[in-house]
Write a protein that binds this ligand. Structure first.
Ligand code: ATP
Ligand code: MG
Length: 254
């Protein structure tokens, strides 16, 4: 994989696959993680692997909500850490908010592997964004000792930190699951998700859905968080935005 030139038309996609297969080998991912990514890739093909205008607007809307939140939190799973851990650490640094690991198939081994991976990624993030160094160092990583539960959600994925997800007013959850998204919305939170499938329960239930590939939109989100002049007004019609993205996907057939 090291020999794939950057000019390869599917370079970004191949790099994402490489990151995920390495993360799987390191024990960071559940068995179904690569299947979930594959389904995302199929939708990305329909977007021609580009951030469409509707997604760009959703990114700006998320940035606006996160920046004006009282208690923002970024919730991450295995795929998210593997694909965009350093970029999300930088987002958390700008927001001054914690990152909480919350995984569907929770085992002590995977949890501790993910917490260590994020700690290691801090160095990578500091190298990539030296101007944020001290803030990145200070980002709190939660997930190890959950002391609260998301109501109306079965199983260990409902476990969360009171000082993290539980108390957040605005939460960014790249690659969320439909049930959990619904439970978070029911708690009264503004839930911002990143999901390439505009038809998923997650996409339809969230407050703001960014229909874009995670590794592609994370740097755009970071730029928007750092440059508040780019943010849009918070009157957001998520259903309308999902229709716009879906039209974009179907345009290929015209
Ligand atoms: P839901 O739980 O919302 O009903 P689902 O069960 O069909 O949806 P999951 O298996 O929970 O979906 O998650 C897989 C989805 O995650 C994919 O269909 C895709 O839309 C999204 N996804 C996977 N990888 C990425 C990625 N790199 N960037 C953006 N979205 C992604
Ligand atoms: Mg699901």
């Amino acid at each position: 994989m090291g020999e794939v030139p950057e000019s390869h038309p599917r370079f970004a996609s191949l790099m994402a696959r490489k990151k995920l297969t390495e993360a799987a080998a390191a024990g960071l991912l559940a068995d179904s993680a690569l299947i979930a990514h594959g389904r995302g890739e199929a939708f990305d093909y329909l977007l021609q692997e580009r951030t469409c205008e509707a997604a760009r607007l959703a990114i700006l809307a998320c940035a606006a909500r996160l920046s004006s939140a009282e208690y923002p939190v970024i919730s991450v799973n295995g795929n998210t850490v593997a694909l965009a851990g350093p970029q999300l650490l930088a987002c958390a640094a700008v927001l001054g908010c914690p990152i909480e690991v919350n995984i569907y198939y929770r085992t002590p081994e995977r949890m501790s592997a993910l917490l260590s991976a994020l700690d290691e990624q801090k160095t990578e993030a500091e190298e990539a964004y030296p101007e944020l160094k001290s803030k990145i160092e200070g980002v709190e990583i939660l997930g190890e000792n959950p002391d609260a539960r998301i109501p109306n959600l079965e199983g260990p994925r409902a476990n969360c930190h009171h000082e993290g997800i539980y108390s957040s007013d605005v939460i960014l959850v790249p690659l969320e699951d439909g049930d959990r998204c619904e439970a978070l919305v029911s708690m009264g939170k503004t839930v911002c998700v990143i999901d390439l499938n505009p038809l998923s329960r997650t996409a339809k239930t969230a407050s703001i859905t960014i229909v874009d590939e995670l590794t592609r939109c994370a740097p755009i989100l970071l730029d928007a968080l750092r440059d508040s002049s780019e943010m849009t007004d918070p009157n957001w019609d998520n259903g309308h935005n999902l229709k716009e993205v879906t039209k974009e996907m179907l345009r290929l057939l015209d």
